[in-house]
Ligand binder design. Sequence first.
Ligand SMILES: Nc1nc2c(ncn2[C@@H]2O[C@H](COP(=O)(O)OP(=O)(O)OP(=O)(O)O)[C@@H](O)[C@H]2O)c(=O)[nH]1
Ligand SMILES: [Mg+2]
Ligand SMILES: [Zn+2]
Length: 298
Amino acid sequence: MMEGVIVRGRGGFYTVRDEKGQEYVLRAKKKFRRLKITPLVGDRVYFTPGEGKAEGKEEDGWVEEILPRVSQCLRPPVANISLLCIVAAPEPAPDWLLVDKLLIFARKQNLQTLLILNKADLPKAEETAALAKSMYAGAEINICRVSAQNGRAEELIQHLKGHTCCFSGQSGVGKSTLLNALFGLHQETGDISQKILRGKNTTRHAELFSFGDINVIDTPGFSLLEMDEVFDPVLLRDYYPEFAPYDGKCRFSPCYHGTEPGCAVLQAAKEGKIDAQRLERYHTLLSDCRQVWRERYD
Ligand SMILES: Nc1nc2c(ncn2[C@@H]2O[C@H](COP(=O)(O)OP(=O)(O)OP(=O)(O)O)[C@@H](O)[C@H]2O)c(=O)[nH]1
Ligand SMILES: [Mg+2]
Ligand SMILES: [Zn+2]
């Protein structure tokens, strides 16, 4: 058997790249379905290559084993990443709630995070960057400003070094354009609908690219991200580093930092020590989370 990494998956076929860069198109053994395991882009696998490779028919090999995953994301569905790059831009207008959700998913998987503010060349970029910096000041996330129009952005490259990273975020923020500019790729990109100022979901499938010690996965953008994972609402606050200094300082225990009297977090927000918008979005997520939690046995 050989070893490789899944670089794309389409219609039940998985393209696996071995150490030498040779690619094989394979199917997954039936046992994975029985075990309810879906092979993901980024998975390290053992495989048997097909027999018909010489005739260009390579689609008769098999993915035999999936090696244990270091991390696993469902949205976007990728395995073994160590850094989640959340890409945002002044256009389409940033959905910060989506950014917050991605941050929560990332923390749950112990991934490092990087907020990439692309399209720094647009007039509104200053404003967007200033807002992001103040909202996420206590959120333990690195922020990197770039423009895909300026070619290879060394600062961004430095952040990616040594990582398997995944570019995620809204459609149209320039994930594919940025990867093309950074690494000389030729991926399809799409313009933004001028009518609704939204991306057109140009990238349809996740794909992994390797450049020295940087592995990077481009993923399809999305506009909606459900908090459909069931988890105890009281755990949500643990994904907000800016709340940590107030641990144990609320009148009630546990305190959800919702509407409880004597809540140290609410007080800190009042005093401007915690960003008000970020707290407001936390309250939105808290109520979503509570609803899913209540309905969990329905
Ligand atoms: N002005 C400006 N436009 C950019 C920049 N980066 C990307 N764009 C434009 O933004 C649009 C969307 O780019 P894509 O790379 O297709 O966006 P995406 O995030 O990959 O979108 P999906 O694949 O749909 O998720 C294209 O018209 C790009 O030319 C940038 O730095 N500055
Ligand atoms: Mg794209
Ligand atoms: Zn509290």
